[in-house]
Design a protein around this ligand. Structure first.
Ligand SMILES: Cc1cc2nc3c(=O)[nH]c(=O)nc-3n(C[C@H](O)[C@H](O)[C@H](O)COP(=O)(O)OP(=O)(O)OC[C@H]3O[C@@H](n4cnc5c(N)ncnc54)[C@H](O)[C@@H]3O)c2cc1C
Length: 490
């Protein structure tokens, strides 16, 4: 959907604030409408919008000064990291100002003893582990977009990644935050001692998708680099067999750090791309498994997993022989969405969680839903967590194809929820799943969420039109949800 100001989207807010903001951040800190094309969407490219300007402050104090000006003028705000989100969370639909963290890239302190890093929100995820490696430490959550996505974006979406099977999503790793709220006040949520006191405001903020403030700084937990790492590629004759192997591995309480599945279409796209990892083209699916920890423990986990894979008809097992081979295997996995660009110009990446006992069933159902609509669906996902990413290649210039993609996405979500799964595993609700919040929450639940949100931002100027439906669900069903932030029925 095109939500440009001129196309009847949210009103483009203009006014005297722009010069005031420019004087605070300097000319390089403001991108105006005409040159802000890169900010029109995030990775959900079928949804586009146009804000009045993009502002790029350099630190917390500057962010606060900018937000005070915007508060005085009642301008809506869309926080933005790297724009790699896949649910439209950073897409400007309110005509207001995008506040980007691209100039807030400082690693402010690393405390090797306490195993923490204090960073500005715009630090790129992978850069943090690079900075902490000399201390024998790393930052565990590793979204496949980690070469680009920011830690602030990770916090806002409570992001996951392949190794979150063992280490847990972002929420497990955030110790403290500095937040700038809608009025421009700096809220210091850094810990005052080793144990947190009072209400868990950090916990409420993680996963709040930009609705509580601009996260300006984060204090993150670090992990010691593991003593041993083993990476194994198990090759399967069918996708069903690979799914069943994962279900049984979880039932057997095996604890690898990552179990990922790539299906044949994904393997072909990866092998045809710059991310080619040497995955076997004849395979219908591969499992990419990693175990980390003490040598004996890792050996035992890998041996159990290989035995299980063989019982499920695995045709071949490859063990990475060195760090270079391990990196190649992971580069293929992490580059898989990018590689799909070879199949079609656009990619819709669904993000749902299936009960791990029903992986095979829900994966098969998703494929069928897409096939019935003449769509090409590939699977690459965090299988150990049950976090599926059925992804559909399409061309957004083809309106009918976009309609079928959206319909397939909706049906996949519904199928997953009906079978005991969840709406989103890690990509957030954003624009994409806002209406579907009504499938999992009632008006009362949503009302509570609105009240918590309103405590942080009574005017609802922060990321308006996203995540929380603003009409009662019974009204919203079938009518499409409004994106006008001023429409507040709940
Ligand atoms: C190829 C690819 C692979 C991916 N793989 C994964 C994966 O494995 N796991 C996973 O979880 N996600 C994955 N994603 C999705 C995406 O990368 C994550 O959601 C990521 O955390 C977004 O970070 P970002 O900096 O790009 O945030 P953006 O896309 O810019 O923003 C995301 C949301 O966070 C808000 N936000 C951003 N910065 C701030 C801030 N400083 N303060 C307050 N709110 C803020 C925005 O308003 C928006 O709602 C993938 C995306 C791509 C394109």
């Amino acid at each position: 959907m095109d939500r440009r100001c001129s196309a009847g989207g949210g009103p483009c807010v203009t006014g005297g604030w722009l010069e005031e903001v420019r004087s605070l951040v300097g000319p390089r800190g403001v991108v105006t409408r005409t040159s802000a094309v890169a900010y029109e969407s995030d990775g959900l490219t079928m949804e586009r919008g146009e804000g009045a300007a993009v502002v790029l402050p350099r630190d917390t104090a500057e962010t606060a000064r900018v937000m005070r000006v915007l508060a005085r003028h009642g301008v809506p705000i869309v926080p933005r990291g790297a724009g790699t989100g896949l649910s439209g969370g950073a897409t400007p639909v309110s005509g207001g100002v995008t506040i980007g963290t691209a100039r807030m890239r400082g690693v402010l302190a690393i405390d090797a003893l306490e195993r923490t890093a204090h960073v500005q929100a715009g630090v790129v995820n992978a850069d943090l582990s690079r900075a902490t490696a000399p201390h024998g430490l790393f930052y565990a959550p590793d979204p496949s977009s980690q070469a680009a996505c920011t830690l602030g974006g990770n916090v806002a979406n409570n992001s996951g990644g392949p190794h979150c099977l063992l280490h847990g999503n972002t929420s497990r790793h955030v110790r403290g935050l500095v937040l700038v709220d809608a009025s421009g006040e700096v809220i210091d949520l850094m810990p005052t001692g080793p144990d947190p006191e009072g209400l868990d405001l950090v916990g409420v903020t993680v996963g709040s998708e930009g609705m509580f403030g601009v996260v300006a700084e984060v204090l993150l937990n670090l992990q010691p680099l593991p003593e041993t790492v083993e990476t194994v590629l198990a090759v399967f004759p069918t996708l069903d067999a690979a799914c069943d192997c994962v279900t049984d591995a979880i039932a057997a309480r095996l604890e690898p750090s990552a179990i990922e599945i790539l299906d044949r279409l994904t393997i072909e796209a990866v092998e045809d791309s710059v991310f080619a990892a040497g995955y076997p083209r004849e395979a219908e699916a591969v499992l990419l498994v990693e175990a980390e920890g003490g040598a004996a423990e890792v050996d035992a986990t890998v041996a159990d997993l290989v035995a299980l894979a063989e019982r499920h008809g695995c045709m071949e097992v490859r063990r990475a022989q060195d760090a270079g081979e391990r990196a190649r295997l992971w580069a293929g996995r992490k580059g898989a969405f990018g590689a799909m660009g070879r199949v079609a110009p656009d990619l819709y990446v669904a993000d749902v969680v299936a009960p791990r006992t029903r992986l095979r069933e829900i994966v098969a159902l998703s494929t069928e839903i897409a096939r019935e609509r003449g769509l090409k669906l590939a699977n690459v996902f965090h299988a150990g967590d049950g976090n599926l990413h059925p992804n559909i290649s399409y061309d957004r210039r083809d309106e009918d194809e976009v309609r079928r993609v959206l319909e397939a996405g909706r049906l996949i979500m519904e199928a997953c929820i009906e079978r005991g799964g969840s709406l989103t595993g890690e990509h957030g609700v954003g624009l994409e799943k806002q209406a579907h919040m009504c499938d999992v929450f009632g008006d009362d639940d949503l009302g509570v969420m609105h009240r918590v949100r309103d405590a942080a931002d009574p005017e609802r100027r922060l990321n308006p039109g996203k995540t929380l439906p603003v009409r009662a669900c019974r009204e919203a069903r079938g009518t499409g949800l409004p994106t006008d932030p001023r429409e507040v029925a709940l």
